[in-house]
Ligand binder design. Structure first.
Ligand code: HEC
Length: 124
């Protein structure tokens, strides 16, 4: 009887710690993020690449990473990056921030939303 109780207790402990570990694991990027990574870094310590580092982009003003040489159009944009503004930008970059220099055609809104939700998790 006592050993059964112990087994139940240790099963509970194992389940609990597995759940805690899952909560801390970084979000998995959508497959298309590999395309973004051709031009963007996305980790805390990385610098700019062809495009600005996307780590911490959620909540940041457009064109505001300090170490990246943005287009005037991106610097002049008053956009604050949120799940919604990122979804719009990734869906149609040229229309959302006219004159910006991101050479990417965009994609369907559902794919953009998944990418935007992932970008919002890239923060300290
Ligand atoms: C061919 C290179 C290239 C690809 C591919 C690319 N980007 Fe960019 N991206 C850029 C450049 C260059 C800029 C800076 C634009 C400017 O200054 O006008 C930029 C800017 C951005 C910004 C604005 C960041 C800020 O600090 O204001 C976001 C968000 C972004 N890209 C997301 C993405 C996502 C998500 C993808 C994948 C779907 C992607 N990009 C694919 C080159 C690229």
């Amino acid at each position: 009887m006592q050993s059964r109780l112990l087994a139940a207790a240790s099963l509970f402990a194992a389940t609990f710690s597995a759940t805690a570990a899952l909560a801390q694991a970084p979000a998995t990027p959508p497959p298309l993020f590999a395309v973004c990574q051709a031009c963007h870094e996305s980790t805390a310590t990385a610098g700019p690449s062809v495009g600005p580092n996307l780590f911490g982009v959620g909540g940041r003003k457009a064109g505001a990473a300090p170490d990246y040489d943005y287009s005037d159009a991106m610097k002049a944009s008053a956009t604050i990056w949120s799940a919604d503004t990122l979804t719009a930008f990734i869906t149609d970059p040229a229309k959302t921030v006219p004159g910006n220099k991101m050479d990417y055609p965009g994609n369907d809104a559902a794919t953009s939303k998944a990418l935007a939700d992932y970008l919002m998790t890239l923060k300290p």
